[in-house]
Ligand binder design. Sequence first.
Ligand SMILES: Nc1ncnc2c1ncn2[C@@H]1O[C@H](COP(=O)(O)OP(=O)(O)OP(=O)(O)O)[C@@H](O)[C@H]1O
Length: 482
Amino acid sequence: MSSQPYTAGLHQSSTQSHRQAAPKRPLPNRADEPPKRALIGQNGQNTPSGGGTPNSTGNAEVDVKQQLLNYQKIFDHASYPFINDVSAYEKLSKIGQGTFGEVFKARCKTTGRMVALKKILMENEKEGFPITALREVKMLEQLKHQNITDLIEVCSAKTGSTSTSKDRTTFYLVFAFCEHDLAGLLSNPKVRMSLVHIKTMMKHLITGLNKLHRSKILHRDMKAANVLISKEGVLKLADFGLARPFVQRENPNHPRPLYTNRVVTLWYRPPELLLGDRAYGTKIDVWGAGCIMAEMWTRQPIMQGDTEQKQLTLISALCGSINPEVWPNCVKMPLYSAMAAEPNSALPQGKGRCLKLKIRHLMKFDSADGKPQSDPYGKKTNDQVPSDDDAMNLLENLLAIDPDRRPTADEAEDDIWFYKDPVPRANVGDLMDTIPTSQFEYTVGKGAHAGRGRHHNNPQRPHQAPRQSNAIPAGQYRDTIF
Ligand SMILES: Nc1ncnc2c1ncn2[C@@H]1O[C@H](COP(=O)(O)OP(=O)(O)OP(=O)(O)O)[C@@H](O)[C@H]1O
């Protein structure tokens, strides 16, 4: 692979500035307003106590708690005239159990439109609307794009009083319903994809990612399970629960802001995160896009490690040894030196890059006719490596060990592969027509996304209780995402 930064394709770098809207002025901290936490995100403050400035009386902690309780009362009894009641939708079935709460398939009672209702888990109810959900809403509002999940509105519902619980407001995010998710589609042997399907879906994926990055947002949980496909065959990036805005440094000499490093589902996690980088950027999502691209052929995640060390070993086995020769800045990674020095290092040396060859081995074949299930080239036999050099070049670049050598989403969107025959289509509607039922119905119970890289080292969802099976073992590194 080239030692130069990525330059392939018909790239015309976008220098357009896509600034985020200026943050709104924080609302004054008045007693007749909902808790500051519920309004948070407007000033970037997020203290564990939910905001509020300690006074000089020495009872600061008590004051803050009392203030929060007062706010909570207002919050609970407030009416929300500008948001619909969830009763506007008829719940049809439960289709998912996200980390943040349940997801239902529902129908709008007036328009008949199908939607996904994602219930916001009010874990720390006293602290108001969860900051993470609020952040997700704010980002999705900015991200109106055909390749990004469409947030229609936020709805509320009052949960009834019982002897044990008070009247509470529950919130739902209402999304346009998508019939399928890519992980479910790929795991269904009946779904046979041609090269143009793969190329079209990759084009959509990268276009959505480019929109995200131009909007100065990192996704941080790229994986096939977070890629939805509408029944019209349009792919949508979904699950912004771990996403966050990032700051582009104007001056390269300024220190890069540090983010939490426990993001991205393990199987899709790039080497820089595994080596402890906290000053990462958009290229972490580009690595995820590369893993997803390979999966289009292999029909299963390509590197299924169960620990961070194992994941690094698998990356080395597929993409070659991790060292300063292929990635000069790897020595700056917080964990590199210690890991490289270990006797049975997770960074084995002397491994060549054999991505192309291994992808061939990982390709699934139908026992009946010996053709790959995805049948991307129509006439392949088990002995043939993918003959599409352009596809393989893009894949090689997306999965470059050195993040600086990975293309940006903007560059990848303009890659030469997308201009060669068969060119991507507007959608993969014809593929969707071959699938009789919704993928969610097909996988319901098993969970369309169950078990795909989430068993261990689940990315951290701050301020939320991870599901039992995904819990981060006590004592492991934790920090907070801002
Ligand atoms: N627009 C949609 N259309 C159909 N189903 C959806 C939609 N959005 C979400 N879902 C379903 O709900 C599940 C959970 O949603 P989402 O991934 O956004 O929540 P999460 O709490 O972040 O979940 P996870 O823990 O799986 O990452 C998805 O895996 C999917 O099955």
